[in-house]
Design a protein around this ligand. Structure first.
Ligand code: SAM
Length: 439
């Protein structure tokens, strides 16, 4: 099955992960199913019950990604409610506190045809915002920078520990994917990009493995249940297993320095997990400076080079143009201050209209419908009211900016380092011969 994360195609297929956007900041992930054990005997398949209505999956499967889906006209809620309650109870038990938002939206009363949602295919970015949290996760501003510094590119192998909630896993598999999921690479020389993910907590390892299968990423991600401090990074048996031959490594662990002894070119026993033919790029993610320092000390002892530390301080910047017009002397470009009561009233009116337009753009369907009705009433009242002076025409104004403080990210110290490949006498001879044949 092609992964919707990598090759989503045009239409939503059955048994595929889809993201249901209820609002701009409320996304509900669901696997589209043509059947539902809890809804046996009905043809609409699984039903997603939300505060905006019931959405039978039969109305979504086969639709183009990005479609607006209307809630069911049939009240599937009454029979869905039993399943809904069970589902909400399940969520409450299995993910205490972590998935309250989803659980809350499941618990909402269900009414027929009360709204709509938008259905999109998942991306690592939207998955990070909607995944069920089992741990702290790495957010997009951090992982986009990390993957760039790790030179994660199609065909390379990434080691990740711990897998946690799988946020970084999804971003890294997209970075190394080279277009042949589960198949052969294009040429014998080309390797299939792969993520080797290690997780110490058994339940978390199981959940990530299930998600990888549900998301069509089998063969591209291999999840191993393992304490990497003790047992390192070989695949299969910790002592005699295969080497992942990784060229990029990301450690999101409480004590990354304890894992570094396994990331060497010539281990005392077993194979090295590193790619013998490539420089290896490493990043560790630690919330406090003492941990970063300890990691750096161990890196130096183990011959890692180019060690540097970065903290990603990501801010969204809201850029606006100041409104300007003609001042009292008729000079264009001056900031407009109201001089008369009429002008002040007029300015308030324009500001209000602008704020309303902004609010409208961020509402869901149901709210937009209610707002449009209110708007009609207001317009009628305004037409009947006294005629004010015309709204001034604003010219190009000075650009101003303000940064948005609340961007979801878990700031940590990122320590980067590289380990060059070993250079043998054989390599030297090969290089010399090539050089001689080139001249
Ligand atoms: N990077 C993950 C993500 O983006 O979703 C989050 C990782 S979470 C902060 C840290 C994980 O490391 C936890 O799930 C924990 O169980 C795991 N862990 C801790 N010690 C470990 C060890 N010795 N070996 C493997 N995993 C370990």
């Amino acid at each position: 099955m092609p992964s919707p994360f990598l090759t989503p195609g045009v239409n939503a297929g059955a048994d595929t992960l889809a993201l249901l956007h209820l609002r701009r900041d409320q996304i509900m992930p669901t696997i589209l199913r043509t059947y539902d054990d809890q809804n046996e005997g009905y043809s609409e398949g699984k039903v997603s019950n939300t505060r905006f209505g019931s959405f039978p999956h039969s109305t979504m499967i086969g639709q183009p990604w990005g479609s607006q889906i209307a809630a069911s006209k049939v009240d599937t809620g009454s029979r869905g409610r039993k399943a809904t309650k069970r589902k909400a109870d399940d969520l409450d038990e299995s993910t205490p506190g972590a998935d309250e938002e989803t659980a809350a939206s499941f618990k909402q009363p269900v009414t027929a045809s009360s709204g709509f949602l938008h259905m999109t295919y998942p991306t690592p970015e939207s998955w990070t915002l909607s995944l069920p949290h089992r741990t702290q996760v790495v957010y997009t501003p951090d992982y986009s920078y990390i993957l760039h510094r790790l030179r994660a590119r199609p065909g390379c192998t990434v080691i990740e520990a711990g897998a946690g909630s799988g946020s970084f896993t999804h971003a890294s598999v997209r970075a190394v994917f080279n277009g042949y999921p589960g198949g052969e690479p294009a040429t014998k020389k080309q390797r299939l990009g792969k993520v080797c993910s290690f997780e110490f907590h058994e339940q978390r390892a199981l959940r990530v493995r299930e998600e990888i299968t549900d998301h069509g990423l089998d063969g591209l991600v291999e999840v191993t249940h393992r304490d990497v401090y003790e047992d390192g990074f070989l695949l299969g048996d910790p002592k005699t297993g295969r080497s992942p031959q990784a060229s990029a490594i990301f450690l999101d662990l409480p004590a990354p320095w304890l894992a570094l002894k396994h990331l060497v070119r010539n281990p005392e026993s077993g194979e090295s997990p590193l790619d013998p033919n490539s420089t290896v790029y490493l990043c560790t993610f630690s919330p406090c400076l003492e941990q970063a320092e300890r990691t750096i000390r161990t890196m130096r002892k183990l011959s890692w080079l180019n060690i540097s530390m970065v903290e990603v301080q990501h801010n969204r910047i809201d850029v606006k143009r100041e409104r300007v017009g003609l001042d009292a002397e008729g000079v264009r470009g001056a900031t407009v201050f109201p001089r008369t009561v009429d002008e002040a009233v007029n300015k308030l009116r324009t500001d209000e209209q602008r704020a309303k337009r902004f609010r409208l753009a961020h509402m869901d369907g149901e709210e937009q419908f209610a707002a449009a009705k209110d708007d009609e009433k207001e317009k009628a009242a305004a037409a009947a009211a006294a005629q004010g002076p015309p709204v001034p025409v604003y010219n190009m104004g000075r650009l101003t900016h303000r940064s948005e403080p609340e961007l979801r990210t878990h700031t940590s110290y990122l320590v980067f380092a590289i380990l060059p490949r070993d250079w043998t006498e054989e390599d030297e001879q090969r290089c010399r011969q090539k050089w001689l044949s080139d001249i």
